[in-house]
Design a binder for this molecule. Structure first.
Ligand code: SF4
Ligand code: SF4
Length: 349
């Protein structure tokens, strides 16, 4: 791995160097307190010191709405919408959002590959950046450190005067080639960025906790506050459910097939023909959301499917915290099962 130093005053030139090689997508301010990943048009507007973006970079691979195909009912034909896979450089991605992309890669490659997503994932370069954990981040509790570099081509680690640049892949070397404003790598003291927000147990115990939590009173307690708005699904970087809808023109000659994000916290999500709904109560929907993150896919892959970004709590309409839910379930598990067997719960550091 090659290491360099990038001074703060040289960042706009670095962004321009990237722009010469492809479309650059990076965090920008949005409104007074939010950040958003958008296409860079002015290098001076890129923000690398930010807590989290409202949406992760998932939106570039799985757009909130997209046309899949157009069809003619009179000619009985259809045309698929072409997906572009131009060179795109994602600058300023946090480690947990990179991990979320790797998880979506698994979801969309497993069994029947999802070709639109996979085509958009081609030709992408990822440049990560470190962050200071705030009251909502808990990625360390799900095994993702601030400085985790898996998936990145280049990683920028913040220090007092700028960034230590770690070049991690051949693609990263190619991207940085010709940028002459880099200096020798700084000697940095070991960083120890602390997370205030923590899951009580080691994450590898959570499937066991979930196993015993199906009938927990916690689901009803959380449901009393939850309004079922679905925000937690829509901002989650590892949620990937979508709905596909046929829109037939009033002429009954043409139509389109479109898909849009869906969310398991929405009442309509599990509704089926005949007026039935498989998860009618908010408690059952909340349980499903949490089991999707810490049980169902975890049983299959061995990994939690939550990356600890904190978005679902930061943007929840009712101040519901996923960490509080997990810790309440863990307390119950400890009282009901661990104490009986006198086995100590494994604490995370
Ligand atoms: S964002 Fe909060 S209130 Fe809305 S569905 Fe999720 S948990 Fe419920
Ligand atoms: S469940 Fe919440 S904390 Fe976990 S990845 Fe999704 S939005 Fe982030």
């Amino acid at each position: 791995m090659k290491r360099y130093n990038l001074l703060l005053q040289n960042i706009p030139d670095f962004v321009k160097h990237l722009q010469a090689q492809g479309e650059v997508l990076a965090p920008h301010t949005k409104g007074d307190n939010s950040f958003s990943f958008d296409k860079v048009t002015d290098a001076n507007n890129v923000i690398l010191d930010y807590n989290r973006t409202l949406q992760s970079i998932r939106k570039f691979f799985l757009p909130p709405t997209e046309r899949l195909l157009n069809y003619s009912l009179t000619e009985n034909t259809f045309t698929k919408v072409e997906i572009e896979n131009n060179q795109r450089i994602f600058l300023g991605v946090h480690s947990y959002d990179m991990q979320a992309v790797l998880k979506l890669d698994f979801n969309f490659s497993d069994r029947t590959p999802e070709v639109n997503y996979l085509k958009r994932r081609e030709n992408c370069t990822f440049i990560g950046v470190s962050f200071e954990p705030d009251d909502f981040h808990f990625s360390r509790s799900v095994g993702i450190t601030v400085e985790a570099t898996e998936g990145f081509d280049i990683f920028l680690n913040r220090h007092e005067n700028g960034y230590e640049v770690q070049v991690l892949t051949e693609r990263g070397e190619g991207i940085i080639k010709g940028f002459n404003a880099l200096e020798n790598a700084p000697e940095l003291a070991e960083t120890n960025r602390q997370f205030k927000n923590k899951i009580k147990f080691n994450h590898n115990r959570l499937p066991e906790v979930m196993e015993q939590s199906w009938k927990s009173p916690v689901w009803d307690e959380v449901a009393k506050r939850c309004v079922g708005c679905g925000t937690c699904n829509l901002v989650c970087p590892t949620c990937y459910c979508f709905n596909v809808v046929d829109n037939v023109d009033l002429s009954l000659k043409d139509g389109s097939r479109d898909r849009h994000w869906d969310g398991c916290m929405l009442n309509s999500f599990a509704a089926v023909a005949g007026g039935e709904n498989f998860r009618e109560t908010l408690a059952s929907r909340q349980r499903h959301r949490i089991y999707r993150k810490f049980k169902y896919i975890t049983d299959k892959t061995g990994d939690p499917w939550c990356v600890g970004c904190g978005r679902c709590a930061a943007y929840c309409t009712a101040d519901i915290s996923i960490v509080e839910i997990i810790n309440q379930l863990s307390d119950e598990f400890e009282q009901n099962y661990l104490r009986k067997s006198a086995a100590p719960a494994e604490q995370i550091i």
